[in-house]
Design a protein around this ligand. Structure first.
Ligand code: ZN
Ligand code: ZN
Length: 99
């Protein structure tokens, strides 16, 4: 496993909530923590995507929903890589006395 070789160029995948078709934001048009509209290449229906970069391991986790109102809030999204909450304001305070 060669994890986190270059987080800056990682490609985020997510699945269409209607048909399950895998989509890739290969041009990185979706901004971190900002819900975006996406159109599925397979069934051509629109849906909403939220991408959040994990503050623990820098992996990017995505959430999809049929509309923006159904998306999980960024603050409650769990990282697929380390399973922590992606956004955690106590991280800085805790890492100070980690050593
Ligand atoms: Zn689809
Ligand atoms: Zn993580």
């Amino acid at each position: 496993m060669d994890a986190l070789l270059d987080p800056g160029s990682s490609v985020v995948e997510f699945a269409c909530p209607r048909c399950g078709h895998q989509a890739v934001d290969e041009w990185e048009t979706i901004a971190d923590r900002h819900p975006a509209s996406w159109r599925c290449n397979a069934c051509l229906s629109g849906f909403s995507v939220l991408i959040v970069e994990c503050q623990h391991c820098a992996a990017e986790t995505s959430d999809v929903a049929l509309c923006e109102a159904e998306l999980e809030p960024a603050s409650r999204l769990r990282c697929r890589s380390c399973s922590h909450l992606c956004l955690h304001d106590e991280v800085q305070a805790k890492s100070a006395d980690a050593a």
